[in-house]
Ligand binder design. Structure first.
Ligand code: AMP
Ligand code: ZN
Length: 508
């Protein structure tokens, strides 16, 4: 294990130290990342998906910076209770009972729904999707290793004594006894923050998911899976652990406590712990049960391309709260349309040097790197080099500064405007490799999604618009207005002279 310097600077905010830190891999040239994945008892909401857009952007950035990435995302299909702080029922068991289905079917259905969202948002496949129920024997072994020194048994199962590790809850910056929402009615618990390692099936009951263990038949506590799977797949310690900011308070401090107990050290498991802030609704915290369920599919049903949501996420810093609004999503869609149209234009031009020449601002250190002869006699290639150098550096600096995607996006927009077509192509490809908007494959027509509620077809709209154009050409404004009203009645907004060249829009 060595502290090899990063190939190019990458600063990341470590929640453990609450500071920006230079990324230094545990294994030279490699980056190993673990992201807490979804609990597959229901569809993910778009807030959950923000966590994976963030993890994906981090992974893409590590690849961009030259690291060989191994990314693991887990699927929680056992153990997560309705309250993170170890109270309530198992989310999976509860949903299975409500739907009168097997847990395995519930898990499969919602895992597949999650993967569909992952794909729609251009989130790259991780090296491993680790599924919690595949690791129960390893979880039992892990629990056996820490049971004597760090755990105690109660009627309900095996509990972790948080006073047996140093500085419990340092990540949350919460004092052990007064962590919010932790006070739980489990009789005999030594400290409020103590948590279940193994939950016994109560006498006389059977659960759909249960395994034999030294502490009776039952199921693992939720936190155990991430300690076990991250070590199994990434080693100990590994580089970066990610999750939503809520995990900074309970789940991750508990993982750290388990890791310290298991490794008989102060090592937290990951060198850097990173947390994305929440997507919120004006009406309050997003929830899978309150109000309109903001799933990605709802956005698509209303006619918004899923990558407009990805762009909306990238416009904000991952550590800032992001407020969801339909207007904000609409603005992101317009920005995406602009990008796609500019790139389509680029693709349609044959002359690789067309558009060359609007570069004006070479930096000092660039000039010192150039030889004099070339400077005296600039060529297209030379100008391209300057632009390439400047924009590449601006992009690498932005993304290397704790993933400043908002600035990186503006550099990408700059890259579409500057230099020869060849260069623009090359830069868009490279920058979009990090931002993941699929800009070179998205077509303008892909962005026009038919709202589910729409009753009129695209060809019907085009036909009416053609008739309207003909009527206007002969100054038959009565017919033209009638046709326009027809379209409005069918939910079509006619956008004469739209600068983006979108003649119409179907309203959701
Ligand atoms: P869960 O399926 O509840 O375990 O959550 C999956 C991931 O989404 C976790 O990393 C959570 O921290 C994260 N998360 C939950 N709600 C939000 C939200 N509103 N905004 C962003 N991330 C969230
Ligand atoms: Zn986890």
């Amino acid at each position: 294990m060595t502290d090899a310097p990063a190939p190019t600077a990458l600063k990341l905010f470590n929640s453990l130290t609450r500071q920006l830190e230079e990324f230094r891999p545990v294994h030279p040239g490699e980056a190993r990342v673990y992201s807490c994945g979804p609990t597959v008892y229901n569809y993910p909401h778009i807030g959950n998906m923000r966590a994976y857009v963030f993890a994906d952007t981090l992974g893409r950035t590590l690849s961009f910076k030259g690291y060989k990435l191994t990314h693991v995302i887990n699927i929680t299909d056992v153990g997560h209770l309705t309250d993170d702080a170890d109270a309530g029922e198992d989310k999976m068991e509860k949903m299975a009972a409500e739907k009168a289905q097997s847990i395995w079917d519930i898990a499969r259905h919602y895992t597949e729904a999650y993967w569909a969202d992952v794909k729609a948002l251009n989130i790259r496949q991780p090296a491993h999707w680790s599924i919690a129920t595949d690791y129960v024997p390893q979880m039992i072994e892990f629990a056996k290793a820490i049971a004597d020194k760090h755990c105690y048994e109660l009627e309900g199962g095996l509990y972790f004594d948080t006073s047996t590790v140093t500085d419990y809850g340092a990540l949350a910056r919460a004092k052990t006894e007064d962590g919010e929402g932790r006070i739980e009615e489990v009789e005999g618990k030594r400290h409020a923050a103590d948590f279940a390692i193994w939950r016994k099936t109560p006498a006389g009951e059977t659960r759909q998911m249960e395994w034999d263990s030294p502490w009776g038949r039952g199921a693992p506590g939720w936190h155990l899976e991430c300690s076990v799977m991250s070590e199994a797949l990434l080693g100990f310690p590994f580089d970066i652990h990610t999750g939503g900011i809520d995990h900074r308070e309970i789940h991750h401090p508990n993982e750290i406590a388990q890791n310290q107990a298991h490794s008989c050290s102060d090592a937290s498991g990951a060198r850097i712990w990173m947390h994305n802030n929440f997507l919120i609704e004006r009406s309050g915290k997003m929830s899978k049960s309150a109000g309109e369920f903001l799933r990605l599919q709802l956005l698509i049903d209303k006619g918004y391309h899923p990558l407009a949501y990805r762009l909306m996420c990238l416009q904000a810093h991952y550590r800032s709260e992001l407020e969801f609004s339909w207007e904000g999503l609409g603005a992101a869609l317009t920005r995406l349309k602009r990008l796609v149209m500019a790139i389509e234009k680029l693709k349609s031009v044959d002359d690789p040097y067309e558009g060359f020449g609007d570069f004006t601002d070479p930096s000092e250190d660039f000039w010192t790197e150039r030889n004099r002869a070339e400077r005296a006699n600039p060529t297209h290639r030379f100008a391209d080099d300057m632009i390439h150098h400047k924009l590449s550096r601006a992009f690498a600096n932005a993304i290397g500064d704790d993933l400043n995607t908002a600035i990186a996006l503006t550099v990408l927009e700059d890259a579409i405007q500057k230099g020869s077509n060849n260069l623009r192509h090359e830069l868009v490809e490279r920058f979009d490799g990090v931002l993941g908007l699929g800009l070179l494959t998205l077509a303008r027509s892909d962005l026009r999604i038919r709202p589910k509620a729409a009753t009129i077809t695209e060809s019907e709209i085009e036909a009416i618009l053609t008739r309207r154009k003909e009527a206007r050409a002969v100054k038959d404004f009565a017919t033209s207005d009638k046709l326009r009203d027809e379209l409005i009645a069918a939910g079509v907004e006619v956008m004469d002279g739209d600068p983006l060249g979108w003649d119409w829009r179907l309203e959701a």
